[in-house]
Design a protein around this ligand. Structure first.
Ligand code: SF4
Length: 197
């Protein structure tokens, strides 16, 4: 795998982010205010992949600042992980109207950007949040278990090794907005992250 210097990484990310902001590859470009680029430490060992920007994120062009972001911050704090040390991005860079599910076409259109982000950041652990990000990442690494019908509950919170890449699926913070009683269990899963570093 090609190694990048810090300057090369930043320059390549700047080009990639420019492409994301201008992207009209799918119809979500018509309803977004902003296409969100990845944020965080470009030398991060952990890369979180959320689903898509929410309303506040879309308006203010920043990741994880709405209700899900507050839950995310709480989970990171409970797990002893500094948000400034991780990289965060979305599977689908533009907001999904009315929080609907993404279509396969939208995921495929947008995955070119996610693939480039992974190539540039080269995280030690990829942490897909929720079903769609996990299915996409596992499929990218030729594990079709979710696509073939295995349940997300069976694999989240468990470390998966594929060709030297660590993948650690976790519940999406937004899921706790609907099921707050799952928070203690989710915190225990997030805490495992630190033990893998
Ligand atoms: S969701 Fe992705 S592919 Fe679709 S317009 Fe936005 S950036 Fe482009």
């Amino acid at each position: 795998m090609k190694q990048f210097s810090l300057i090369e990484k930043q320059e390549s990310l700047d080009v990639l982010n420019y492409q994301i902001r201008a992207c009209e590859r799918c119809s979500l470009s018509a309803t977004r205010k902003h296409a969100l680029t990845g944020e965080g430490n470009i030398n991060a060992r952990i890369m979180f992949i959320a689903l898509s920007p929410g309303g506040k994120e879309d308006s203010e062009n920043k990741m994880f600042i709405g209700p899900s972001g507050q839950v995310f911050n709480r989970l990171l704090q409970a797990a002893g992980i500094n948000r400034n040390l991780v990289f965060m991005t979305n599977l689908v860079k533009c907001m999904l109207p009315k929080n609907r599910k993404p279509s396969m076409e939208e995921i495929e259109s947008c995955s070119i950007f996610l693939n480039d982000e992974i190539l540039l950041i080269q995280p030690e652990i990829i942490v897909p949040l929720g079903y769609f990000a996990t299915r996409t990442i596992l499929t990218k690494y030729h594990d079709n278990s979710l696509a073939m019908g295995k349940g997300f509950t069976e694999i989240n919170g468990k470390l998966i090794f594929i060709n030297d890449q660590k993948i650690f699926p976790l519940p999406h913070p937004a899921s706790l907005l609907y099921n707050p009683s799952f928070e203690p269990d989710t915190i225990e899963k997030y805490k495992k992250l630190k033990t893998f570093l």
